[in-house]
Design a protein around this ligand. Structure first.
Ligand SMILES: Cc1ncc(COP(=O)(O)O)c(C=O)c1O
Length: 329
């Protein structure tokens, strides 16, 4: 029996687990299933809301009235925090990496629409994120507010509970569909989703390898980061699990030109899945990871698998700011 900490009820869960039969037939490989975490909500869709259910419960328990968090200009995490902050009546301050764009688009449009305060920092300043967090925390405290800092992507020990919870859902999904997938694949950007899934796969005995497809940094970085989140989780949980023995699997072969930069092949995979299955991916996270998965299947890496699960972590709004690269007229 695993005692979950307090959480808010913010996500539409359980999300469906759906087979991609036409694509699987076309590939002639294992059956691919999609865990539709892009359906955790409408404007707050995606993986972040699962983590924020636990992180925001902690913020409220500590009496926070202001959330401070960070990310890229088109951060899905920042958008989810901005909208949830508005829903909960909390002030939100976003520290964004980069310079203000000429036009508000995608996630950034929604950040502004929900009246989150936005501060932009060039990469050289953003590197000193802890200093920026400390400065703004002090600023709000001096004004009599109670700020609460949420780390990049809400990836820490508390956020990990979100995907432990998802693993619990997957256990039910697998028994409902009577499948035993050998691999669970998702995009890895700040590590928390993978940390939660990896822990959850052990806790709920899914007997599946959890594979993170890196979208920015290399495998060594993510293996360290996921382990760090798992240790942070262990410190605050009463569950007995030898986390040091758990293997962490990251594939960093499909990052392409860099974070938020996708190759024409990735845009082509996005178009293919949209047309064939009506499932919409994004070029920063889910499209990159899914493209990597298809390449690995084509290369025969999963020839032994009968079923594979792809966690669709959302990211739809990030597609709009890159619309010109889709090759549609
Ligand atoms: C749409 C989407 N998918 C996947 C990820 C990766 O999740 P994580 O940050 O937990 O590694 C993110 C955020 O980074 C995201 O916004």
């Amino acid at each position: 029996m695993i005692n979950f900490p307090e959480k808010l009820s913010l996500a539409q869960t359980p999300t469906p687990l759906q087979p991609l039969d036409r694509l699987s037939d076309e590939l002639g490989g294992p059956r691919i299933w999609v865990k539709r975490d892009d359906m955790t909500g409408c404007a707050i869709s995606g993986n972040k809301v699962r983590k924020l259910e636990f992180v925001l419960a902690q913020a409220l328990a500590e009496g926070a009235d202001t959330l401070i968090t960070c990310g890229g200009i088109q951060s899905n995490h920042c958008r989810a925090t901005a909208i949830l902050g508005a829903q909960l009546g909390l002030k939100v301050h976003l520290i964004l990496r980069g310079t203000p764009p000429d036009e508000l688009d995608g996630n950034l449009l929604l950040d502004h629409l929900t009246a989150a305060r936005v501060s932009y920092y060039p990469v050289t300043e953003y590197q000193h994120l802890d200093t920026l967090f400390n400065q703004w925390q002090l600023h709000y405290r001096n004004q009599g507010h109670h700020p609460f800092i949420i780390p990049t992507g809400a990836s820490n020990g508390t956020g990990a509970w979100g995907y432990i919870n998802c693993a619990r859902e997957l256990a039910d999904d697998f028994s409902h569909h009577q499948i035993t997938p050998s691999v669970i694949v998702s995009a890895t950007g700040s590590g928390g989703t993978q940390a939660g899934l990896t822990l959850g796969a052990h806790l709920f005995q899914l007997n599946a390898l959890v594979l993170g497809m890196a979208v920015c940094d290399d495998a060594d970085y993510f293996i360290r980061k996921v382990r760090e989140d798992m240790r942070d989780w262990q410190q605050q949980s009463s569950v007995s699990l030898d986390i040091e023995k758990i293997e962490i699997h990251v594939n960093d072969q499909y990052i392409g030109p860099g974070y938020a930069k996708a190759t024409p092949e990735i845009f082509s995979t996005i178009r293919q899945l949209a047309a064939l299955e009506g499932v919409i991916l994004d070029p920063v996270y889910s499209g990159k990871a899914f493209h990597g998965l298809l390449q690995e299947i084509r290369a025969g890496q999963f020839d032994d698998a009968s079923d594979i699960v792809f966690i669709h972590t959302g990211g739809l709004f990030g597609l709009f700011s890159q619309r010109n690269q889709l090759g549609l007229s």
